[in-house]
Ligand binder design. Structure first.
Ligand code: CO
Length: 210
C-alpha cells in the first residue's frame, strides 16, 4: 500500500467511527457550519489547528500560510477574513505562531529562496522595527523565538488595521483578537496578546467612514 492509499484507508475508518459515535454527524455538518473561531496559523505540518486545540470539524474556520502572516494584499487571507467576520460572524480570531518557525528563521537569514523572498520580506520588516529587542537575546534560538512572538503581535495588529475588523468592531462589537504561540517542544500554547473590540490603534490606520 502506498502512503497516499493509507490516507484513503484511514479516512474510511475515521468516517465509520464518526458514524458509530454520532449517527447524525455528517448530515448535520453538511447542512451548516457555525464556527466560533477563525484560526490564522502557520502551514507547518506540526501545528494542526484542530488537534492541538481538541476541536471537532465545524468548530474552527482555518487559514494557514508560511509564518501565519496577515498581509494586506493577500486576497486569499482577506477573503477568508471577510467571510469569517461578515457571514460566519466568528467571535474570536486567533493568530497562532510557533516557536522554531522555519519561515521566521529563513527571514532572519540572507539566502535567496526564490518567490518566498517576497513573503519573507514582510517578516524582515518586523525584525527591522524591533531590531534592538531581538538582538538583546543571546542565542540564535532565543532571537528566533523573540521574533516569533513579535511577529504574532504584529499580525494581530495587522488584523485591527483592516477595514473588515474595524467595521465589525463598530457594528457587531466583535470579534476579539488573540495572539498565541505554540511550543513544538511541549505542545503548549502560550497567549502573547489580546485585542478587545474597539481597542485603540495608531490613528493613522483608523477609517472614519465605516
Ligand atoms: Co512555521
Amino acid at each position: 500500500m502506498t502512503s497516499y492509499e493509507k490516507l484513503l484507508r484511514e479516512n474510511k475508518s475515521w468516517a465509520e467511527a464518526q458514524i458509530q459515535i454520532d449517527p447524525e454527524f455528517f448530515s448535520r455538518l453538511s447542512e451548516i457550519q457555525t464556527p466560533e473561531f477563525l484560526w490564522i496559523g502557520c502551514s507547518d505540518s506540526r501545528v494542526p489547528a484542530d488537534k492541538i486545540t481538541g476541536t471537532q470539524p465545524g468548530e474552527i474556520f482555518v487559514h494557514r500560510n508560511i509564518a501565519n502572516m496577515v498581509v494586506h494584499t493577500d486576497i486569499n487571507l482577506l477573503s477568508v477574513l471577510e467571510y469569517a467576520v461578515d457571514v460566519l460572524k466568528v467571535k474570536h480570531i486567533i493568530v497562532c505562531g510557533h516557536y522554531g518557525c522555519g519561515g521566521i528563521r529563513a527571514a532572519m537569514g540572507n539566502h535567496s529562496l526564490g518567490i518566498i523572498n517576497k513573503w519573507l520580506r514582510n517578516i524582515k520588516d518586523i525584525y527591522r522595527i524591533h531590531k534592538d529587542e531581538i538582538e538583546n537575546e543571546i542565542t540564535e534560538e532565543n532571537k528566533t523565538n523573540k521574533l516569533v512572538e513579535l511577529n504574532v503581535k504584529e499580525q494581530v495588529m495587522n488584523l485591527a488595521k483592516t477595514s473588515i475588523i474595524q467595521k465589525a468592531w463598530k457594528h457587531q462589537n466583535g470579534p476579539q483578537l488573540h495572539g498565541w504561540v505554540y511550543g513544538l517542544n511541549d505542545g503548549i500554547i502560550k497567549p502573547v496578546c489580546e485585542m478587545e473590540p474597539g481597542s485603540a490603534i495608531d490613528p493613522l490606520y483608523v477609517y472614519d467612514n465605516l
